[in-house]
Design a binder for this molecule. Structure first.
Ligand code: PHE
Length: 443
């Protein structure tokens, strides 16, 4: 262990800086998911209920563009950190812009609504990829705690996503939409303050990162690398391209949680439990809660399977399979609600989110780590950006599907999503062997 590592304070056996990143991302996700829980409901709510009275189609379209933008901006956001501002200042600036965006939305007017959305898109692009980047700098290359560190970080993401709808949801739905958006802004502000106060804890990692960058540049000059790829590298890049497509389909279904499924909760689900009437946005907390509960179980399961642990493309296939199954489950639920005009049991959506969590836990951790392993080292950053784009396009696709919410019978809409993702899963299972060949030794 280096001297720096010895001097570093610890947090659950990890560098103390992990706590700083954990809480920064927790509050950022708190603000993102708190606002997202309300977004489509606010847009389609009638004027006398304080909403914007947009058609569902228009609301879903804005939702799609917005959530697409948030992740697409990660590509320029990563670039800005690399070339202009560095990781620390990119995250700081991002957090400030995000908080400003939420506060704009806390003011009830259409121009501030759109300006707020755009700010959040830009700010998230600066913050989200780069705070993960800072987590990476906390560990030296040989440090075996790195993966565990990222798992803890993922918990922070889901903790934020879990708490947010519990606070912003009732505030927004029960009292005033704009209070909900304001609460999201307050959360992000707390995150920024905490980040600035914690700067000293991430400083050793940032210093290491800067040194690595200088070394890398020096090595590049010395080696005079050629820019063309070998055949082997092309093969691996082609695997990333194949996975890009499947990843997009997965997120296209999965990210409807904030749109179609949010509307399903609001309009067609019974919102009471025993004597208690709860706001529909409460359902937005279910999925992150399941992630927090099940991620240790999945980690244990993979370990337990040892050499029988499924390969990365197989896990990807399972991800699609589970998300497909979740929409298939909703077909009878939707039929029941629409044919009989009743509100259905909350258990339908809870079941849907449980299956989706299984899908997420199969696919999401694998996706990013696979890209880092498959991409030629000199374009890892670019390829990670490309992978974020697949999530971004998926979000757009999800918004597109949600646009049919009022125009198609819901069993048809959900059935189409199920059919597409299940077919994709089936095709991917058939492709596992050839893909593994192309991967050439990477698992
Ligand atoms: N729940 C995850 C998050 O908010 C979804 C996601 C995964 C988003 C990977 C982007 C990239 O972070």
């Amino acid at each position: 262990m280096s001297n720096i590592a010895v001097a570093e304070k610890q947090w659950f056996g990890h560098p103390r800086g992990l706590a700083t990143c954990f809480f920064t991302e927790m509050w950022e996700r708190f603000s993102y998911y708190g606002m997202r829980a309300l977004l489509i409901l606010y847009m389609v709510a009638p004027v006398d209920k304080g909403g914007l009275a947009f058609s569902t189609e228009k609301g879903a379209s804005i939702y799609g563009w917005y959530t697409m933008g948030v992740y697409a901006m990660s590509v320029p956001g990563g670039w800005v950190a690399d070339k202009l501002l560095g990781l620390y200042r990119s995250v700081l600036l991002g957090g400030i812009i995000i908080a400003a965006g939420h506060f704009m939305m806390a003011y009830p007017s259409l121009p501030t609504f759109y300006a707020g959305l755009i700010s959040i898109v830009i700010g998230t692009g600066l913050l989200k990829p780069n705070v993960s980047g800072i987590v990476g700098t906390l560990y030296s290359k040989e440090d075996v705690r790195r993966d565990a560190g990222f798992s803890i970080f993922y918990m922070g993401i889901n903790l934020g996503a879990f708490i947010a709808p519990l606070i912003c949801g009732p505030l927004g739905q029960r009292i005033n939409w704009h209070y909900g958006f304001g609460a999201a802004g307050v959360g992000m502000t707390l995150g920024v303050i905490q980040y600035v106060l914690g700067k000293k804890h991430i400083a050793p990692g940032l210093a290491r990162h800067e040194k690595d960058e200088v070394d890398e540049r020096a090595a590049e000059r010395a080696e005079g690398r050629s820019s063309s790829f070998t055949r082997e590298e092309w093969r691996r890049i082609s695997v990333i391209a194949i996975l890009f497509f499947f990843s997009m389909l997965f997120w296209g279904a999965f990210e409807q949680a904030g749109s179609s499924l949010n509307l399903f909760a609001d309009r067609l689900t019974r919102l009471s439990f025993l004597q208690w009437n709860f706001p529909s946005t409460l359902f937005q907390s279910v999925q992150p809660a399941f992630v927090i509960i099940f991620s240790p179980i999945f980690a244990w399961l993979w370990l337990r399977m040892g050499r029988h642990e499924p390969s990365s493309p197989t896990k990807f296939g399972f991800g699609l399979f589970f998300v497909g199954l979740s929409f298939l489950l909703l077909v009878p639920g939707a039929a029941l609600a629409q044919s009989q005009g009743i509100k259905v049991s909350p258990m339908w959506l809870i079941g849907v989110y449980l299956l989706q969590t299984f899908g997420e836990l199969c696919l999401s951790p694998v996706g990013l780590s696979m890209v880092t392993k498959l991409a030629p080292p000199r374009i890892v950053g670019l390829m990670l950006g490309v992978f974020f784009l697949s999530i971004s396009f998926g979000n757009k696709l999800g918004g597109y599907c949600a646009g049919f919410f009022d125009r198609l019978p819901l069993p048809k809409l959900f059935g189409a999503v199920a059919g597409t993702t299940l077919t994709a899963a089936f095709i991917l299972f058939l492709l596992v062997k050839p893909i593994r060949k192309l991967m050439g030794g990477v698992h």
